[in-house]
Design a protein around this ligand. Structure first.
Ligand code: NDP
Length: 295
Protein backbone atom coordinates (compact mmCIF):
# COMPACT_ATOMS: atom_id res chain seq x y z
CA UNK A 1 0.00 0.00 0.00
CA UNK A 2 1.36 3.45 -0.83
CA UNK A 3 1.10 6.02 1.92
CA UNK A 4 -0.13 9.50 1.02
CA UNK A 5 2.16 12.12 2.45
CA UNK A 6 0.07 14.78 4.13
CA UNK A 7 2.73 16.33 6.30
CA UNK A 8 3.79 19.96 6.19
CA UNK A 9 7.33 21.22 6.55
CA UNK A 10 8.48 23.31 9.50
CA UNK A 11 10.53 25.32 7.03
CA UNK A 12 13.28 27.06 8.99
CA UNK A 13 14.55 28.90 5.95
CA UNK A 14 11.14 30.49 5.28
CA UNK A 15 10.57 31.29 8.94
CA UNK A 16 14.15 32.58 9.36
CA UNK A 17 13.82 34.84 6.29
CA UNK A 18 10.59 36.34 7.65
CA UNK A 19 12.18 37.04 11.05
CA UNK A 20 15.33 38.41 9.47
CA UNK A 21 13.31 41.13 7.73
CA UNK A 22 12.28 42.41 11.17
CA UNK A 23 15.85 42.05 12.47
CA UNK A 24 17.19 44.14 9.57
CA UNK A 25 14.65 46.88 10.41
CA UNK A 26 15.75 46.67 14.05
CA UNK A 27 19.40 47.05 13.00
CA UNK A 28 18.53 50.18 11.02
CA UNK A 29 16.72 51.63 14.07
CA UNK A 30 19.74 50.93 16.30
CA UNK A 31 21.93 52.67 13.72
CA UNK A 32 19.64 55.71 13.63
CA UNK A 33 19.64 55.93 17.44
CA UNK A 34 23.26 55.12 18.31
CA UNK A 35 25.09 55.87 15.08
CA UNK A 36 26.36 52.31 14.71
CA UNK A 37 24.89 48.94 13.76
CA UNK A 38 24.76 45.88 16.07
CA UNK A 39 28.12 44.11 16.22
CA UNK A 40 28.66 40.37 16.79
CA UNK A 41 32.05 38.67 17.11
CA UNK A 42 32.74 34.95 16.73
CA UNK A 43 35.82 33.20 18.06
CA UNK A 44 36.97 30.08 16.22
CA UNK A 45 39.73 28.01 17.78
CA UNK A 46 41.37 25.48 15.45
CA UNK A 47 40.36 24.45 11.96
CA UNK A 48 37.59 21.87 12.39
CA UNK A 49 35.72 21.84 9.04
CA UNK A 50 32.16 21.76 10.43
CA UNK A 51 32.86 24.51 13.02
CA UNK A 52 34.40 26.68 10.30
CA UNK A 53 31.28 26.24 8.14
CA UNK A 54 28.96 27.11 11.08
CA UNK A 55 30.96 30.22 12.01
CA UNK A 56 31.14 31.41 8.42
CA UNK A 57 27.37 31.05 8.01
CA UNK A 58 26.86 33.09 11.20
CA UNK A 59 29.12 35.85 9.85
CA UNK A 60 27.26 35.78 6.51
CA UNK A 61 23.91 35.98 8.31
CA UNK A 62 25.11 39.12 10.14
CA UNK A 63 25.89 40.77 6.82
CA UNK A 64 22.44 39.82 5.47
CA UNK A 65 20.68 41.84 8.18
CA UNK A 66 23.10 44.78 8.19
CA UNK A 67 25.04 43.85 11.36
CA UNK A 68 28.77 44.24 11.67
CA UNK A 69 30.60 40.98 12.35
CA UNK A 70 34.15 40.09 13.36
CA UNK A 71 35.70 36.66 13.05
CA UNK A 72 38.57 35.96 15.42
CA UNK A 73 40.54 32.90 14.32
CA UNK A 74 42.92 31.36 16.82
CA UNK A 75 45.19 28.36 16.19
CA UNK A 76 44.17 24.96 17.57
CA UNK A 77 47.26 25.09 19.80
CA UNK A 78 46.00 28.22 21.65
CA UNK A 79 46.50 27.80 25.41
CA UNK A 80 43.42 27.97 27.64
CA UNK A 81 44.81 31.07 29.41
CA UNK A 82 45.33 32.85 26.09
CA UNK A 83 41.73 32.15 25.08
CA UNK A 84 40.49 33.38 28.46
CA UNK A 85 42.55 36.55 27.95
CA UNK A 86 40.89 37.13 24.54
CA UNK A 87 37.49 36.65 26.18
CA UNK A 88 38.35 39.22 28.86
CA UNK A 89 39.20 41.74 26.12
CA UNK A 90 35.94 41.01 24.27
CA UNK A 91 33.96 41.40 27.51
CA UNK A 92 35.40 44.92 27.88
CA UNK A 93 35.07 45.94 24.22
CA UNK A 94 32.46 48.71 24.14
CA UNK A 95 32.22 48.46 20.36
CA UNK A 96 30.90 44.93 20.59
CA UNK A 97 27.32 43.98 21.52
CA UNK A 98 27.83 40.25 21.87
CA UNK A 99 30.16 37.38 21.01
CA UNK A 100 30.25 33.62 20.76
CA UNK A 101 33.01 31.06 21.14
CA UNK A 102 32.30 28.27 18.65
CA UNK A 103 32.09 24.84 20.29
CA UNK A 104 33.50 22.22 20.42
CA UNK A 105 36.88 23.53 21.59
CA UNK A 106 40.15 21.57 21.34
CA UNK A 107 40.40 18.96 24.10
CA UNK A 108 43.03 20.82 26.17
CA UNK A 109 40.56 23.70 26.76
CA UNK A 110 37.89 23.41 29.46
CA UNK A 111 34.60 24.47 27.81
CA UNK A 112 32.95 25.12 31.16
CA UNK A 113 35.67 27.61 32.15
CA UNK A 114 35.24 29.36 28.81
CA UNK A 115 31.43 29.56 29.13
CA UNK A 116 31.77 30.99 32.64
CA UNK A 117 34.30 33.59 31.47
CA UNK A 118 31.91 35.22 28.99
CA UNK A 119 30.13 38.25 30.48
CA UNK A 120 26.39 37.34 30.75
CA UNK A 121 25.39 40.62 29.05
CA UNK A 122 27.47 39.66 25.97
CA UNK A 123 26.59 35.96 26.02
CA UNK A 124 24.38 35.93 22.90
CA UNK A 125 24.62 32.12 22.70
CA UNK A 126 22.73 32.08 26.02
CA UNK A 127 24.99 29.42 27.58
CA UNK A 128 26.16 31.28 30.72
CA UNK A 129 24.62 29.94 33.97
CA UNK A 130 23.20 33.40 34.70
CA UNK A 131 21.23 33.36 31.43
CA UNK A 132 20.17 29.73 31.94
CA UNK A 133 19.04 30.51 35.50
CA UNK A 134 17.08 33.56 34.36
CA UNK A 135 15.45 31.46 31.62
CA UNK A 136 14.32 28.89 34.21
CA UNK A 137 12.81 31.69 36.31
CA UNK A 138 11.15 33.29 33.28
CA UNK A 139 13.22 36.50 33.63
CA UNK A 140 14.58 38.62 30.80
CA UNK A 141 17.71 36.93 29.37
CA UNK A 142 19.45 35.68 26.26
CA UNK A 143 17.78 32.36 25.46
CA UNK A 144 19.97 29.53 24.13
CA UNK A 145 19.94 29.82 20.35
CA UNK A 146 18.82 26.36 19.18
CA UNK A 147 15.86 25.77 21.55
CA UNK A 148 14.68 29.36 21.21
CA UNK A 149 14.90 28.98 17.41
CA UNK A 150 12.64 25.92 17.71
CA UNK A 151 10.16 27.92 19.81
CA UNK A 152 10.11 30.60 17.08
CA UNK A 153 9.56 27.90 14.45
CA UNK A 154 6.54 26.53 16.36
CA UNK A 155 5.19 30.09 16.77
CA UNK A 156 5.65 30.96 13.08
CA UNK A 157 3.67 27.92 11.93
CA UNK A 158 1.04 28.39 14.71
CA UNK A 159 1.63 24.90 16.13
CA UNK A 160 -0.72 24.22 19.03
CA UNK A 161 1.32 23.40 22.14
CA UNK A 162 -0.87 23.88 25.24
CA UNK A 163 -1.66 20.58 26.94
CA UNK A 164 0.35 18.59 24.40
CA UNK A 165 2.78 15.87 25.46
CA UNK A 166 6.24 16.90 24.29
CA UNK A 167 9.03 14.33 24.38
CA UNK A 168 12.55 15.74 24.09
CA UNK A 169 15.22 13.12 23.36
CA UNK A 170 18.61 14.39 24.58
CA UNK A 171 19.48 16.40 27.69
CA UNK A 172 22.52 18.45 26.65
CA UNK A 173 22.97 21.84 28.32
CA UNK A 174 22.69 23.65 25.00
CA UNK A 175 19.73 21.86 23.39
CA UNK A 176 17.69 19.18 25.20
CA UNK A 177 17.55 20.54 28.74
CA UNK A 178 16.69 24.17 27.82
CA UNK A 179 14.21 22.87 25.21
CA UNK A 180 12.36 20.95 27.93
CA UNK A 181 12.19 24.11 30.06
CA UNK A 182 10.98 26.37 27.24
CA UNK A 183 8.23 23.92 26.23
CA UNK A 184 6.97 23.70 29.81
CA UNK A 185 6.74 27.50 30.39
CA UNK A 186 3.38 29.08 30.99
CA UNK A 187 3.41 31.05 27.70
CA UNK A 188 2.82 30.32 24.03
CA UNK A 189 4.57 28.31 22.57
CA UNK A 190 4.71 26.24 25.77
CA UNK A 191 2.37 24.79 28.37
CA UNK A 192 3.36 21.31 27.22
CA UNK A 193 3.66 18.34 29.54
CA UNK A 194 7.29 17.45 28.96
CA UNK A 195 9.20 14.17 29.13
CA UNK A 196 12.99 14.52 28.89
CA UNK A 197 14.65 11.32 27.65
CA UNK A 198 18.37 10.43 27.53
CA UNK A 199 20.71 7.48 27.12
CA UNK A 200 19.56 5.85 30.39
CA UNK A 201 15.86 6.05 29.47
CA UNK A 202 14.21 2.63 29.38
CA UNK A 203 12.05 1.68 26.39
CA UNK A 204 12.48 4.99 24.60
CA UNK A 205 10.11 4.00 21.78
CA UNK A 206 7.18 3.57 24.16
CA UNK A 207 7.68 7.20 25.26
CA UNK A 208 8.31 8.73 21.84
CA UNK A 209 5.14 7.00 20.56
CA UNK A 210 3.16 9.05 23.11
CA UNK A 211 4.60 12.35 21.86
CA UNK A 212 2.34 14.93 20.25
CA UNK A 213 5.52 16.96 19.81
CA UNK A 214 8.80 15.06 19.46
CA UNK A 215 12.13 16.90 19.58
CA UNK A 216 15.10 14.73 18.58
CA UNK A 217 18.40 16.13 19.87
CA UNK A 218 20.25 12.92 20.34
CA UNK A 219 23.22 13.21 17.98
CA UNK A 220 22.71 9.79 16.36
CA UNK A 221 22.07 9.73 12.59
CA UNK A 222 18.53 8.63 11.68
CA UNK A 223 17.94 7.00 15.07
CA UNK A 224 14.25 7.95 15.26
CA UNK A 225 12.37 5.56 12.99
CA UNK A 226 8.71 5.41 11.93
CA UNK A 227 7.77 2.82 14.58
CA UNK A 228 8.80 5.35 17.28
CA UNK A 229 6.43 8.08 16.11
CA UNK A 230 2.70 8.58 16.71
CA UNK A 231 0.41 9.34 13.76
CA UNK A 232 -0.09 13.09 13.38
CA UNK A 233 2.91 14.05 15.55
CA UNK A 234 4.89 17.28 15.15
CA UNK A 235 8.54 16.23 14.78
CA UNK A 236 11.47 18.61 15.23
CA UNK A 237 14.81 17.15 14.14
CA UNK A 238 17.76 18.98 15.69
CA UNK A 239 20.48 16.53 14.64
CA UNK A 240 22.85 17.27 11.82
CA UNK A 241 25.29 14.71 10.45
CA UNK A 242 27.40 14.37 7.31
CA UNK A 243 27.20 10.82 6.02
CA UNK A 244 29.25 9.51 3.07
CA UNK A 245 27.32 9.49 -0.22
CA UNK A 246 29.23 8.69 -3.39
CA UNK A 247 26.34 9.98 -5.53
CA UNK A 248 26.96 13.57 -4.28
CA UNK A 249 29.64 15.84 -5.69
CA UNK A 250 30.70 16.73 -2.14
CA UNK A 251 30.95 13.02 -1.26
CA UNK A 252 28.47 13.36 1.60
CA UNK A 253 24.87 14.25 2.40
CA UNK A 254 23.29 15.77 5.49
CA UNK A 255 20.87 13.79 7.62
CA UNK A 256 19.28 14.42 11.00
CA UNK A 257 18.49 12.29 14.03
CA UNK A 258 15.20 11.31 12.36
CA UNK A 259 14.81 8.90 9.43
CA UNK A 260 12.96 11.50 7.40
CA UNK A 261 11.62 9.42 4.50
CA UNK A 262 9.81 6.91 6.68
CA UNK A 263 8.84 9.26 9.54
CA UNK A 264 7.52 12.23 7.53
CA UNK A 265 4.39 10.45 6.17
CA UNK A 266 3.24 9.84 9.77
CA UNK A 267 3.64 13.49 10.82
CA UNK A 268 1.37 16.50 10.69
CA UNK A 269 4.50 18.71 10.65
CA UNK A 270 8.19 17.89 10.44
CA UNK A 271 11.37 19.99 10.38
CA UNK A 272 13.67 18.85 7.56
CA UNK A 273 17.46 18.54 7.70
CA UNK A 274 18.90 20.68 6.28
CA UNK A 275 16.58 23.70 6.26
CA UNK A 276 14.71 23.20 9.56
CA UNK A 277 16.36 23.94 12.88
CA UNK A 278 19.76 25.01 11.46
CA UNK A 279 18.64 28.36 9.96
CA UNK A 280 16.59 29.05 13.11
CA UNK A 281 19.63 28.66 15.39
CA UNK A 282 21.40 31.37 13.43
CA UNK A 283 18.29 33.57 13.42
CA UNK A 284 18.10 33.31 17.23
CA UNK A 285 21.69 34.41 17.48
CA UNK A 286 20.83 37.48 15.41
CA UNK A 287 17.77 38.17 17.62
CA UNK A 288 19.94 37.95 20.75
CA UNK A 289 22.54 40.28 19.22
CA UNK A 290 19.85 42.82 18.31
CA UNK A 291 18.52 42.57 21.86
CA UNK A 292 22.03 43.21 23.22
CA UNK A 293 22.43 46.24 20.96
CA UNK A 294 19.09 47.68 22.12
CA UNK A 295 19.98 47.38 25.82
P1 NDP B 1 25.01 15.87 22.89
O1 NDP B 1 25.84 14.77 22.33
O2 NDP B 1 25.61 16.86 23.82
O3 NDP B 1 23.74 15.22 23.64
C1 NDP B 1 23.08 14.10 23.14
C2 NDP B 1 22.03 13.67 24.11
O4 NDP B 1 21.37 12.52 23.57
C3 NDP B 1 22.56 13.27 25.49
O5 NDP B 1 21.74 13.81 26.49
C4 NDP B 1 22.50 11.74 25.48
O6 NDP B 1 22.19 11.19 26.75
C5 NDP B 1 21.31 11.51 24.56
N1 NDP B 1 21.41 10.18 23.94
C6 NDP B 1 22.46 9.62 23.33
N2 NDP B 1 22.16 8.38 22.88
C7 NDP B 1 20.89 8.15 23.23
C8 NDP B 1 19.99 7.08 23.06
N3 NDP B 1 20.36 5.96 22.42
N4 NDP B 1 18.74 7.19 23.55
C9 NDP B 1 18.34 8.31 24.17
N5 NDP B 1 19.14 9.39 24.36
C10 NDP B 1 20.39 9.31 23.89
O7 NDP B 1 24.35 16.58 21.64
P2 NDP B 1 23.73 18.07 21.42
O8 NDP B 1 22.54 18.26 22.26
O9 NDP B 1 24.81 19.08 21.46
O10 NDP B 1 23.30 17.94 19.89
C11 NDP B 1 22.36 16.98 19.45
C12 NDP B 1 22.36 16.95 17.95
O11 NDP B 1 21.92 18.21 17.47
C13 NDP B 1 23.72 16.72 17.30
O12 NDP B 1 23.52 15.99 16.10
C14 NDP B 1 24.19 18.13 16.95
O13 NDP B 1 25.09 18.15 15.86
C15 NDP B 1 22.89 18.79 16.61
N6 NDP B 1 22.86 20.24 16.80
C16 NDP B 1 22.29 20.97 15.80
C17 NDP B 1 22.15 22.32 15.92
C18 NDP B 1 21.48 23.07 14.84
O14 NDP B 1 21.54 24.28 14.83
N7 NDP B 1 20.80 22.39 13.91
C19 NDP B 1 22.65 23.05 17.10
C20 NDP B 1 23.17 22.17 18.15
C21 NDP B 1 23.27 20.81 17.97
P3 NDP B 1 23.20 11.29 28.01
O15 NDP B 1 23.04 12.67 28.56
O16 NDP B 1 22.68 10.25 28.94
O17 NDP B 1 24.57 11.01 27.49
Amino acid sequence: MTETATYQLLDGKRCGDALREGIAKGAAEVKAKRGRVPHLAAVLVGDDGASKTYVESKVKACESVGFRSSLIRLPGTTAEDDLLHHIEQLNKDKDLDGFIVQLPLPEHIDEEKVTLAIAPDKDVDGFHPENIGRMVLGLDCFLPATPSGIVELLRHFSIETAGKHAVVVGRSHIVGTPMSILLSRNVYPGNCTVTLAHSRTKDLASLTRQADILVAAVGKPEMITADMVKDGAVVVDVGIHRIPDASKKSGFRLVGDVKFDEVAPKCSWIAPVPGGVGPMTITSLLLNTLKAARR
